[in-house]
Design a binder for this molecule. Structure first.
Ligand SMILES: C[S@@+](CC[C@H](N)C(=O)[O-])C[C@H]1O[C@@H](n2cnc3c(N)ncnc32)[C@H](O)[C@@H]1O
Length: 214
């Protein structure tokens, strides 16, 4: 398929799925003007999918590694039940004001617990068994994240990992300094060989792996 047709199809899809809320649209615009690397936001299509998964699974306890603007956090919160607890962890404390500016504009904030700090230090101290975990922080250490959270996910729980196709770089022989590609490749190989889980990679955006714990 030509690139042009792909773009047209992307637009067609966005015109035929649920809209983002005004708040998410505003957050996205604000991030594009004021933040570095706004492409990291999950975005309209993936955001609606995260909401839909929460609608279907009704997860009570959710963990997100890598909050950035809280775009995905808000999508998860939209679909999660009223009494859900969403723990989201962000290492960059400079993002806190941006995140809180948007959380304060919605009742959804009542479900959201923002933790500022390194996920590897914060998560072990959260006393929760999670129904859903969204891994979307440092690509270099996805394997470490997976090992850290695995026992904190209930049987029948879902782990979602973002960027698992890494712009197609997973197919390449990475240079030794390219720790992000190496990290994602190691993660994909490890999950593929893990018979404690069922897994599927969806070629959506930058690749989204759904991992169901048996
Ligand atoms: C791809 S962005 C997250 C995007 C967000 N989940 C979304 O879907 O809109 C990755 C974020 O992870 C954060 N991050 C990187 N390493 C981290 C760590 N060790 N602990 C917590 N957050 C981390 C980065 O600062 C960045 O804001």
């Amino acid at each position: 398929m030509t690139i042009e047709k792909n773009k047209d199809l992307d637009e067609y899809i966005l015109n035929h799925i649920d809209e983002e809320s005004e708040l998410l649209k505003q957050l996205d615009r604000d991030a594009h003007v004021n933040l570095l690397r706004p492409r990291m936001i999950s975005g309209h299509l993936q955001g609606r999918l995260l909401k839909m998964l929460c609608r279907l699974l009704q997860p009570r306890y959710i963990l997100e590694l890598g909050t950035y603007t809280a775009y995905a956090t808000l999508c998860l919160a939209e679909g999660a039940p009223e009494d859900a607890e969403i723990h989201t962890v962000e290492v960059n404390d400079e993002l806190e004001d941006f995140i809180m500016k948007y959380l304060h504009q919605t009742q959804l904030k009542d479900k959201i617990h923002l933790h500022i700090g390194d996920a590897m230090e914060i998560v072990p101290a959260i006393d929760c068994t999670f129904d859903l975990v969204y891994i979307d922080a440092n690509k270099r250490v996805y394997v470490e994240y997976y090992n850290m959270i695995f026992d904190k996910v209930r049987s029948g729980g879902l782990i979602i990992a973002d960027n698992t196709l890494w712009d197609g770089h997973v197919l390449e022989n990475p240079k030794s300094g390219d720790k992000q590609t190496i990290g994602i490749q190691k993660f994909n190989d490890m999950v593929a060989g893990d018979n404690r889980v069922e897994k599927v990679i969806i070629p959506l955006r930058d690749g989204l792996t759904l991992i169901w714990k048996k």
